[in-house]
Design a protein around this ligand. Structure first.
Ligand code: RB5
Length: 150
């Protein structure tokens, strides 16, 4: 699978570890940065990751920061992308089955590497459930406030 990954400084080490682990499984991983632990602003990397996924350059995205919260907020500003903050596997499962999430966000200060790998494995392996969820997911890309101001 083509997977893009991005973080801020707080999750730089987690990004490196997950990138290598994904690549070792045969995934094609695009690391969108940053390339050091120097302090950066998570919105810059969240926006970059969201655009990459929205443009179809990657099938899935992995967004990492200290808590997973800030970068997920940035990613979700792009209406073509659905990002779920996850710290356990059941949420990772439902983010795919019900929400067709195409980006997973995790917090390097919240979970350990093994839990992050478990969540990511579930996220990548779980298909979208379709059916009644299709209509709801489509509404996420077409919010009423966007229609009113268009
Ligand atoms: C950086 O200190 C921290 O605020 C960031 O990694 C993230 O947790 C924000 O949501």
């Amino acid at each position: 699978m083509k997977i893009a990954i991005a973080s801020d400084h707080a999750a730089f080490a987690l990004k490196a570890e997950l990138s290598a682990w994904l690549a070792a499984q045969g995934h094609v991983v695009t690391d969108l940065g940053p390339d050091s632990e120097a302090s950066v602003d998570y919105p810059d990397y969240g926006y970059k990751l969201a655009a990459h996924v929205a443009e179809g350059k990657a099938e899935r995205g992995v967004a990492l920061c200290g808590t997973g919260l800030g970068i997920s907020m940035a990613v979700n500003r792009n209406p073509a992308v659905r990002c779920a903050v996850v710290s356990e596997q059941l949420s990772a499962y439902f983010s795919r089955d019900h929400n067709d999430a195409n980006v997973i966000a995790m917090g390097a200060r919240m979970i350990g590497i093994e839990q992050a790998k478990a969540c990511l494995t579930t996220f990548l392996a779980t298909p979208f459930g379709g059916d009644r969820h299709v209509r709801r997911v489509e509404k996420l890309s077409n919010p009423p406030f966007a229609r009113e101001t268009a």
